[in-house]
Design a protein around this ligand. Structure first.
Ligand code: ATP
Ligand code: MG
Length: 403
C-alpha cells in the first residue's frame, strides 16, 4: 500500500500543501519546527482518524485561523491498495455553536467522496507510526496502552471500533444507574439490560484483544530476540480486568513463567462469564457507583526476561521493545490485510546502533512506502543517502533535494 498524493489545508502549520508522494523509502529532512512530525501525523490521521500527539483534535487545526466562525481544515490522501486506488479525506471542522460566539469542533470522514461513519472507514489506509514520544506507551499508565492497542486493532477490524463506542456508551449509562440505585434505591433489575449489552460488547473487545496480543507477541518476540542478539525474551502480558479463564484461582497459583492461554475461549464463553461476574459484583458496584471490571480497565504489560519494562526497564530497553513492536505491527498488518502498511518513522533511524538499524532497514524494504524524518543528514551513511531520495521540509513546503 502506498500514498500517491497528500493534500493539506490548514492542518497544523500547513496552510496549503499538495504533494506527490514517491512510492519508495525516502527521507524528510529539515530544521526543527518545520513540520516533519506534522506531516507524518497527517498521514497517520488518514489511517485511524486520531492523532497520538494531541489530547484534543482541535489542536490539529491551524491555530492562526480565527477562533470564531466556520473554519475547516483538511487532510486528503489518494492511495493505492491491493483492490485499487482510493481517496480518503478527514475534515477538521470548527463551527459556531449557539449565538454567544462559542464554537464546537468535530471531524468528518469521506471515503471515495462519500461521507462515512468513522467506524466503517477506519483502516482503509494502514500505517504504522513510530514517534520518539512513544516511550510513554511502556512507561505511562494503562490508558496509554489501551489506546495504543485499540488504535492498532481498529486498523484491521472496523467492528471493533463500533463495539468500543457502544461499550463506552453502555458503561456511562450503567455507571449512572449504579449511582442512582445507591442514592435513591430502586429496582436492581434495571441493570439487566445494561449488563447484557456490556457483556456483549465487552466480550467482542476482549476476544479481539486476546487474539491480537497473541499474534503480535509471536512476531515481536522473534524480532526482539534478534534485535537483542538473543539476550531478551519479550512477552506481552495481557491482564484483563475480568479474567475470562474459568478458574482464575488456579491460574493465580501458577508460577509467573506459565502464561495463561486464553486463545481457545470463544466470544460466547467470555460473554457468559463476564455477565456472571457482573451479577456477582452487583451489590459492591452499586455501593461504589462504578463498573469495576471489563475492558475499560484492562492492562497489557511489556515484559523482558520476566521483568516488567514499565517498572524496571532502562530507556534503551524500552525503546528496543517498542521498535520490536513496530516491526511486528508491520508484519501483523500485512498478514491480516494482505497489504504492507505505510511506515512512518520520526527521528528513529539516527538513534539506533548499526545492528538495529540494519534490522529496521530489512523491515522497511518490505514496505511499498516508508517515510523517515531527521534534522541531520550526516547521521546517515553515504550509502543509504545514495539509495534513497531526500525531501526537505521548510516553512510549510516540501521539495526534493539533490544530495
Ligand atoms: N495547530 C497548529 N497550527 C499552526 N502551527 C502549529 C500547530 N501545531 C503545531 N504547530 C507548529 O508547527 C511547527 C512544526 O511542528 P513539527 O513538530 O511538525 O516540526 P518538526 O519539523 O517535526 O520539528 P522537530 O525537528 O523539532 O521535531 C511548530 O513550530 C509548531 O509550533
Ligand atoms: Mg518533529
Amino acid at each position: 500500500m502506498y500514498l500517491k498524493r497528500l493534500s493539506l489545508t490548514d492542518f497544523r502549520a500547513f496552510s496549503r500543501l499538495d504533494l506527490d508522494v514517491p512510492r519508495e523509502i525516502f527521507l524528510l529532512v529539515g530544521e526543527n519546527a518545520q513540520g516533519k512530525t506534522s506531516l507524518l501525523e497527517a498521514i497517520y490521521l488518514l489511517s485511524t482518524f486520531t492523532s497520538l500527539l494531541t489530547s484534543t483534535d482541535r489542536q490539529l487545526l491551524n491555530f492562526s485561523l480565527p477562533e470564531t466562525g466556520l473554519q475547516v481544515g483538511r487532510v486528503v490522501g489518494e492511495f493505492s491498495r491491493r483492490d485499487g486506488m482510493h481517496r480518503i479525506e478527514v475534515r477538521l471542522i470548527q463551527e459556531p455553536n449557539g449565538s454567544n460566539g462559542r464554537t464546537r469542533f468535530r471531524k468528518e470522514v469521506l471515503l471515495d467522496g462519500t461521507r462515512r461513519k468513522m467506524s466503517t472507514a477506519v483502516g482503509s489506509l494502514n500505517a504504522v507510526i513510530f514517534l520518539p514520544q512513544m516511550a510513554r506507551i511502556i512507561e505511562d499508565g494503562p490508558n496509554e496502552r489501551r489506546r495504543y492497542l485499540d488504535m492498532l486493532i481498529s486498523q484491521v477490524s472496523p467492528p471493533y471500533v463500533q463495539h468500543l463506542l457502544d461499550y463506552g456508551q453502555t458503561l456511562t449509562q450503567r455507571n449512572a444507574l449504579l449511582k442512582q440505585l445507591w442514592e435513591r434505591n430502586g429496582d436492581v433489575n434495571q441493570l439487566d439490560v445494561w449488563d447484557g449489552m456490556l457483556a456483549r460488547h465487552g466480550a467482542f473487545i476482549m476476544r479481539e484483544r486476546i487474539r491480537a496480543i497473541r499474534e503480535i507477541e509471536i512476531e515481536a518476540k522473534r524480532i526482539h530476540f534478534d534485535l537483542t542478539l538473543g539476550s531478551e525474551v519479550l512477552r506481552l502480558d495481557y491482564q484483563p480486568a475480568f479474567e475470562p479463564l474459568s478458574s482464575p484461582a488456579d491460574q493465580m497459583a501458577l508460577p509467573v513463567t506459565v502464561v495463561p492461554d486464553r486463545s481457545a475461549l470463544s466470544e460466547a464463553e467470555i460473554e457468559a462469564g463476564y455477565l456472571d461476574a457482573l451479577k456477582k459484583l452487583q451489590r459492591e458496584e452499586i455501593a461504589r457507583g462504578v463498573t469495576t471490571i471489563g475492558p475499560h480497565r484492562d492492562e497489557m504489560r511489556f515484559l523482558s526476561n520476566q521483568i516488567d519494562l514499565g517498572n524496571f526497564g532502562s530507556r534503551g530497553q524500552g525503546r528496543t521493545a517498542l521498535l520490536s513492536m513496530k516491526m511486528a505491527e508491520v508484519n501483523w498488518l500485512h498478514e491480516r490485510t494482505g497489504d504492507w502498511p505505510i511506515l512512518l518513522l520520526d527521528e528513529t533511524l539516527s538513534e539506533l546502533d548499526t545492528q538495529r538499524r540494519a534490522d529496521l532497514l530489512k523491515t522497511l524494504s518490505q514496505c511499498d512506502q516508508a517515510i523517515l524524518t531527521s534534522t541531520d543528514l550526516s547521521m546517515f551513511e553515504p550509502e543509504f543517502l545514495k539509495q534513497h531520495k531526500v525531501w526537505r521540509v521548510a516553512g510549510g513546503q516540501v521539495s526534493q533535494v539533490g544530495v
